[in-house]
Design a protein. Structure first.
Length: 350
């Protein structure tokens, strides 16, 4: 039976498992994406996450493909009113193909307005429940390149948070979005958004979508307290560490069809100390007679600051494992074993 949790301070309740969609349009076909949504909805999952940038890895030929697949599913199934839909606008970036003027993306009014209109068309809907800022409009090292680190030495050519919130408020007023969230954000950035909203400068953020898994627990430092005290809950992405926590890449293995085999985008999980940490979690899973993926997923879902755990799958069997993980309880004894490993192998893949 699916569990539902409050989304921030709103009256929306979302499933503790969120269906991630970023592989649809490259690794997965439209039909496969539809099959995953059918299955998830049938199992009580009411929360789907996408982004204007998807599918991943990002490229001009497939940008927006995931939203189009979700939109065609809404149209064919008539299920829009049964889904809490989350999407994202791209932050500060240089990809010339994401905007018609070739200047890349920013979180200013013009870029946000363009992005929302395109997303609504692809999704075949007139509103998005949760519209997230995919990454900040500040000079940051992101997506595992250096954790989430502010590059203080660079000129601060950034869109003011108040301008971004003002543009989002207009979209809320127009009924095009219901609520606003952050992604790949820092503790400082999250509190600045909260404070700006409390000063009447725009909508209050209800969530933050950051990486969180057994080998990347930096969210617990600073952000977890904010998530709980301010009701800006974590939407945890990459709970399996891009599949590395299943053990399938250990020893340099490259299974056919796997993401790192296809795209060589696993650098965050190939840093010194990562393989050794994964070995410890794999050994613990064996001792517990548990699938390593189940252990990793259940750990994330059961953290008190997590609103929803964003799972991704490229096959129905993988989706089955992910959905079934919600039924697994992390006992105090298991948590102690996990934390003992973490004490020695602390977040080697920030």
């Amino acid at each position: 039976m699916a569990e539902y949790r409050p989304l921030g301070r709103t009256d929306i309740r979302v499933s503790a498992i969120c269906l991630g969609t970023m592989t649809w349009g490259q690794q997965n076909t439209e039909a496969e994406g539809h099959a995953q949504m059918d299955m998830a909805l049938d199992r009580g999952i009411n929360f789907f996450d996408t982004a204007e940038m998807y599918s991943i890895p990002p490229k001009a030929e497939t940008q927006g493909s995931t939203e189009r697949i979700i939109g065609s599913w809404f149209k064919s199934r008539g299920t829009r009113d049964r889904v809490i839909l989350a999407s994202k606008v791209s932050g500060r970036g240089t990809s010339a193909w994401i905007r018609p003027d070739g200047r890349g993306s920013r979180l200013d009014r013009a870029n946000i307005n363009y992005a929302i209109e395109q997303s609504l068309k692809r999704l075949q809907t007139d509103y998005i429940d949760l519209y997230q800022l995919h990454w900040p409009d500040r000079p940051m090292d992101l997506f595992g390149s250096g954790g989430t680190v502010y590059r203080a030495h660079e000129p601060a050519d950034e869109v003011p948070i108040e301008e971004t919130l003002g543009a989002l408020q207009d979209l809320v007023t127009a009924g095009k979005i219901r609520h606003v969230g952050l992604s790949n954000e820092t503790a400082w950035g999250t509190m600045r958004f909260v404070q700006a909203a409390e000063a009447g400068r725009g909508p209050r953020v209800v969530s933050i979508q950051n990486v969180y898994n057994l080998i990347s627990r930096t969210f617990e430092t600073g952000l977890a307290e904010i998530a709980m005290r301010e009701q800006v809950g974590l939407l945890a992405y990459s709970p399996l560490g891009q599949g590395y926590l299943t053990g399938k890449y250990q020893g340099g293995a490259r299974p056919a069809g796997a993401r790192t085999t296809l795209f060589e985008r696993g650098q965050r999980y190939e840093k010194p100390g990562v393989a050794e940490a994964i070995d410890k979690y794999l050994a613990l899973a064996r001792e517990l007679d548990m699938d390593p993926a189940t252990l990793a997923l259940a750990f994330v879902t059961t953290r008190p600051f997590v609103t929803s755990n964003i799972i991704g799958a490229t096959s129905i069997p993988q989706l089955e494992v992910a959905l079934a993980s919600e039924e697994v309880r992390i006992t105090p004894e298991i948590e102690a074993r996990i934390n003992a490993i973490h004490q020695i192998h602390t977040s080697p893949a920030p």
